[in-house]
Design a protein around this ligand. Structure first.
Ligand code: A3P
Length: 305
């Protein structure tokens, strides 16, 4: 049965807009919470690479860059499957019965595996630390992140109802959304890089100088790239190109789940779109909260280029 016809037979409403369930105080999809024991005991392998982000920080972009690096800059090889099949989403468990969970897909994959997670540092399954796996963390400034997450909630039917922009912003600041507090997330992973091989990247740096950030990733992965291949990767992963690429733009997901007419997955891909959404008062308040929350951490973000 195709996924589309399965969806037609399924009581899809019961899967949609569900309230998150907390795991160790972090709100997660209820299906993730139900499978938490298996996720927590996931067996990492030493040559696994895991890409970690708070949602909407540029995960898909980084995934495609990593795959392009691994494939020697060959776009045909990257077109072998949609990104979510090439790099399983560790903790994602679909409410659709025939869809395998991220950790189950990962189990069957040959090494070296490339995985994705949005888990905060304290919820990463311990075997990743024990196996000393390489980790790429990507952070994005809070204002663009929350705007992107708002639109994603509007279009993705498995997320809770976002409510109005004003309500959503309050929920985000309070850490009530899936995967919890942005502040704890970016700080937690920032600290973890002091004792673990973590390449900590920023979305804004990737926008400003993609070639430089691609080279950083390649070096971290111990892959040598010629200038030509670096340029091929830059061209292939530029926003406009990725927007039209079905292997990364999530148009392969049925519109009953991700309604791209509400908001495309590849929405704007810019730094500073927050200015179209924030009032001056909201912006100043978030600046104050950010300054307090990040004080002494050494972490700074750019909200415009
Ligand atoms: P916007 O909603 O601001 O456009 P994630 O993959 O973590 O879910 O992040 C999605 C966000 O990254 C979206 O942000 C999306 O447009 C942006 N994005 C995806 N690919 C990109 C690219 N190649 N260049 C710049 N931004 C990209």
């Amino acid at each position: 049965m195709s996924l589309e016809s399965e969806l037609e037979n399924l009581d899809l409403k019961s899967c949609m807009r569900k309230t998150p369930v907390e795991v160790e105080g972090i709100p997660l999809f209820s299906e993730t919470a139900e499978n938490w024991d298996s996720i927590w005991h996931f067996k990492a392998r030493p040559d696994d690479l895991i890409i970690c982000t708070y949602p909407k920080a540029g995960t898909t972009w980084t995934q495609e860059i990593v795959d392009m690096i691994q494939q020697g800059g060959d776009p045909q090889k990257c077109a072998r499957a949609p990104i979510y099949k090439r790099m399983p989403f560790l903790e994602y468990c679909s409410p659709i019965p025939s869809s395998s969970s991220g950790f189950e897909i990962a189990k069957t994959m040959p090494s070296p595996r490339f995985l994705k997670t949005h888990l905060p540092v304290q919820l990463l399954p311990p075997s990743f630390w024990q196996q000393n796996c390489k980790i790429i963390y990507v952070a994005r400034n809070i204002k663009d992140c929350v705007v992107s997450y708002f639109h994603f909630h509007l279009m993705h039917q498995f997320f809770p109802e976002p409510g109005t922009w004003d309500q959503f912003l309050e929920d985000f600041i309070a850490g009530n959304l899936n995967w919890g507090s942005w502040f704890d997330h970016v700080r937690g992973w920032w600290t973890a890089k002091n004792h673990h091989p973590i390449l900590y990247l920023f979305y804004e740096d990737m926008k400003e100088d993609p070639a430089q950030e691609i080279c950083k990733i390649a070096q971290f992965l111990e892959v040598e790239l010629s200038e030509l291949v670096v340029n091929q990767i830059v061209q292939h992963t530029i926003f406009e190109k990725m927007k039209g690429n079905p292997c990364v733009n999530y148009t392969t997901v049925p519109s009953l789940i991700m309604d791209q007419t509400v908001s495309p997955f590849m929405r704007k891909g810019t730094v500073g779109d927050w200015k179209e959404h924030f009032t001056v008062a909201q912006s100043e308040r978030l600046d104050d909260i950010c300054a307090q929350e990040l004080e002494g951490s050494g972490l700074t973000f750019r909200t415009q280029l």
